[in-house]
Design a protein around this ligand. Structure first.
Ligand SMILES: Nc1ncnc2c1ncn2[C@@H]1O[C@H](COP(=O)(O)OP(=O)(O)OP(=O)(O)O)[C@@H](O)[C@H]1O
Length: 242
């Protein structure tokens, strides 16, 4: 299957400390790639490098067959993203926030904002100001903003953070729908294994800046009862060698 994001020999050093070390990843078209690792493992840094928000120290990133270079930006039109907590204009309505985003990225399609709000289940509160939104509503709105331009790729950094169990279920179902109905490729990070277990096609596990494994969920299911056990064994085994 075709790779939409290819990462090879990727390294990032901050103040002499290598936080991402020789990482290789292959995210295939139309899959949900669960990017798992403990706090501080390097997930956000890698996602930021894919989005050209952080420049790699060395290595190569290719998105939709285009090499990401320091001044690349056009490829970003194909990607919707949430990195860390989504930030909005608090005094502006949900609808206007998404519309402002569309204007900013130069996207205009009639009904796009309504459609995105509907997909994430916020169509009834489009005229509410963000100041009145709960954390879960903001997370959903972050996804609405990420999908409003109908991107081929979604990069979601811990999008389920702070949601209640029902909210988590909704977002999971939404991501699967986006994959199945729209063929969107999704890279989603988490440090909570159970959030990812039921929806991911492939798992990449990162610890201390190194990718320990990249494996199909089907393979894990064949050999292990739970992803959590597999994940903890990998991380603890790696930490023992530190
Ligand atoms: N701008 C920066 N300057 C210095 N160190 C940084 C910077 N950004 C990240 N780091 C360090 O890089 C490492 C990886 O951080 P990163 O945020 O990528 O991890 P993460 O896997 O996303 O963690 P979490 O699950 O907590 O969000 C951490 O040790 C962090 O302190």
């Amino acid at each position: 299957m075709e790779s939409v994001i290819r990462i090879s020999q990727l390294c990032k050093t901050y103040k002499g400390i290598e936080t991402v070390s020789n990482v290789h990843m292959n995210i295939k078209k139309g899959e949900i790639y669960g990017f798992l690792g403990p706090n501080g493992a390097g997930k956000t840094t890698i996602m930021k490098m894919v989005l050209n928000l952080v420049k790699p120290t060395s290595g190569e990133i290719t998105v939709l067959n285009e090499r990401v270079l320091p001044n690349s930006y056009l490829y970003l039109k194909n990607i919707g993203s949430i990195i860390e907590n989504p930030v909005f204009y608090e005094a502006v309505t949900a609808y206007d926030n998404i519309e402002l985003h569309c204007e900013y990225v130069g996207y205009s399609r009639k009904g796009a904002v309504e459609e995105a709000l509907e997909i994430v289940g916020l169509n009834h509160v489009g005229d509410k100001k963000i100041a009145e939104f709960s954390l879960g509503m903001k997370q959903r709105l972050g996804i609405a903003r990420a999908i409003v331009t109908k991107p081929d790729i979604l990069i979601l950094d811990e999008p389920i953070n702070g949601l209640d169990p029902l909210g988590i279920k909704d977002i999971r179902e939404l991501l699967v729908r986006l994959k199945e109905q729209l063929g969107v490729t999704i890279l989603i990070s988490s440090h909570i294994v159970s959030e990812i277990e039921s929806i991911a096609d492939t798992i990449g596990v990162i610890n201390r800046g190194r990718l320990l494994t990249e494996v199909k969920m089907d393979e894990i299911r064949k050999q292990h009862s739970h992803l959590e056990k597999y994940f903890l064994e990998l991380i603890m085994g790696d930490d023992q060698h530190a």
